[in-house]
Write a protein that binds this ligand. Structure first.
Ligand SMILES: Nc1nc2c(c(=O)[nH]1)N[C@H]1C(S)=C(S)[C@@H](COP(=O)(O)O)O[C@H]1N2
Ligand SMILES: [Mo]
Length: 532
């Protein structure tokens, strides 16, 4: 019982910490809340293998899982520190102080951190330390260690005081602190902490709400709009993903625990480094550029064979090569590093950006201003590269530099520095382990080799001869290509369907299985079905 009360004082200290942290973060920014900075530091420190495991196991839910883990660890540690404080108040309280310092370090270690960003963690540390000290002292004063208690009111079997078990009479010793007073103070602190936390979040959401600013963004039409994509790009097989991915269904991969919320009226993009004329452009400047459209399939290097981290969209934006030419790229530069508002760095081979392909500073996606999760107000897109080497969301800075001079975020963690998209193909219909009737079975899917294009897709069943699948019209090298195939004479039993693609350079997709790390997964996708 004593240990329970002591643990509860630890939770009260943690609640005071989280509540005050959230409250201060309502003024310093949602990304500076203690849980967020600790989580962000954890993401940056996580070894690549564990990160891969998390993406594989939790997919896009990896962030809620991480935050849940942080709350759970906090609860356990706080209980431990509370129990410690009940015996040694200063020692127990110093555990909270240490965590405050850890949070402060985490806040200051964020790439774009200023001194003010440490305020929420500092406030949290102070609140927790003070709470732990006060409650531990109260608890010690109230605990009838060996001395008998003098109850202020007599508890008789006929008039039991509810909630008080044997030997747990409300104790009021000379100091005047009762057991009940400690519990009340503990409960009240938890309640106030929770309220402060919720209040802080609500205030923060209101102060940093950019919903209205985003709705107000109306990107002008493209200088030379692309024609609508023909419906015939989709083979019209039920269950096959649409050719253009609706924005709400577009995959999301990033390290942001809270989405950066950037007011376009305050956004600027700096172009600097090895250029003759560094530039600083506003969002209005960007919208005054002749805008271009780009139909493009974006994919993630972390996508497993057959995985979901790929989508096709129509981007609208200003020409990235045109902007770089205006800045005047100096000889010797070979890497373009995009930096996001939250400090992500993404490096693209400069030669590819300038080789004539349509690379954009995108402001819209499928006719809508960029969704916040996809980089509002501006992100880069360079066809031919995985997202981690080309598609900086929440872009604020472009650095013209060299590969020798700078390793971007993922390259520092061992990933391939070029990040060119491999050739991939995926069976979507039938679904894995589907039951299909015997006879003719429709097989369909997608294939992509972004910026090279897909020339052929082949399908085989149970290791038999490869058969050419039917490709829909060629949408161009920057988009995936959808295909269908009729498997004739499917007999009852369990069967394995395999697919492989050939890119437009004539290279057949390799059978060799490789994990996503360090340069993207390879190998043929297969699906097992039961014919009935
Ligand atoms: N600022 C920022 N930009 C980023 C990332 C990130 O973590 N932070 N992740 C990259 C990766 S790995 C991919 S695959 C694409 C995903 O873009 P999407 O979420 O819009 O699909 O964004 C890229 N741009
Ligand atoms: Mo990615």
């Amino acid at each position: 019982m004593r240990a329970g009360a002591a643990a509860a004082t630890g939770w009260a200290a943690a609640a005071a910490a989280l509540g005050s942290g959230e409250l201060v973060a309502a003024f310093t920014g949602p990304g500076t809340a203690p849980v967020i900075v600790v989580g962000a530091a954890a993401i940056d420190l996580t070894p690549t293998s564990l990160k891969e495991y998390a993406v594989r196991t939790f997919g896009t839910d990896d962030k809620p899982v991480l935050l849940g883990g942080i709350y759970l660890a906090t609860a356990l540690l706080a209980a431990f520190a509370g129990v410690l404080a009940a015996c040694r108040p200063v020692l127990g309280a110093s555990v909270f102080a240490a965590f405050g310092l850890l949070g402060t370090w985490a806040a200051l270690s964020r790439p774009e951190a200023g001194a003010a960003d440490a305020a929420p963690a500092l406030a949290a540390g102070l609140a927790a330390t003070a709470t732990a000290l006060v409650l531990a002292r109260m608890l010690r004063a109230a605990t009838p260690a060996a001395s008998p208690t003098t109850a202020p009111h007599q508890v008789t079997p006929e008039h039991p005081v509810s909630g008080d078990g044997p030997g747990e009479h409300p104790a009021e010793r000379d100091g005047g602190t009762s057991r009940r007073a400690v519990l009340t103070a503990t409960g009240a602190t938890i309640a106030v902490g929770a309220l402060a936390g919720l209040g802080g979040r609500t205030l923060s959401d209101r102060r940093y709400d950019i919903g209205a600013a985003r709705t107000a963004v109306r990107p002008p039409p493209a200088a030379r709009p692309l024609p609508p994509l023909p419906a015939a790009l989709h083979p019209d097989v039920p269950g096959l993903s649409p050719f253009v991915t609706p924005n709400p269904d577009f995959y999301r991969v990033d390290t942001a625990l809270t989405l950066p919320r950037i007011d376009p009226r305050r956004w600027t993009l700096r172009v600097r480094g090895m250029v003759d004329h560094p530039l600083l452009i506003t969002f209005d400047d960007l919208l005054r550029e002749p805008l271009e459209e780009l139909d493009h399939t974006l994919s993630c290097v972390s996508n497993e064979v057959g995985g979901p981290y790929v989508g096709t969209t129509r981007w609208l934006g200003a020409s990235l090569p045109a902007l770089l030419r205006r800045a005047g790229v100096r000889p010797g530069a070979d890497q373009l590093v995009g930096r996001s508002q939250d400090g992500m760095t993404i490096g693209t081979p400069l030669e590819s950006v300038l080789d004539g392909r349509r690379a954009l500073l995108a402001v819209a996606m499928n006719g809508d201003a960029l969704p916040v999760a996809h980089g509002f107000p501006c992100r880069s897109v360079v066809p031919g590269f995985y997202g981690y080497t080309s598609a900086t969301k929440w872009l604020v800075d472009l650095d013209v530099t060299t590969f020798a001079a700078f390793d971007p975020y993922w390259v520092r963690r061992g990933w391939d520095r070029t990040g060119a998209v491999g050739t991939a193909s995926r069976i979507e219909v039938p679904a894995p382990f589907a039951q299909v009737p015997a006879g003719n079975v429709t097989v369909a899917g997608t294939a992509w080799a972004t910026h090279r294009g897909i020339a052929a897709v082949e399908v085989r069943v149970d290791g038999g001869p490869w058969q050419e699948a039917l490709l829909t019209a060629d949408p161009g090298p920057d988009m995936w290509r959808q295909w269908s195939h009729t498997w004739t004479g499917a007999a009852p039993g369990t069967h394995r369907i395999e697919v492989r693609a050939t890119d437009a350079t004539g290279t057949v997709q390799t059978e060799n299985r490789a994990a996503p790390f360090p340069a993207g997964a390879t190998g043929w996708h297969s699906t097992v079905v039961t014919v009935t």
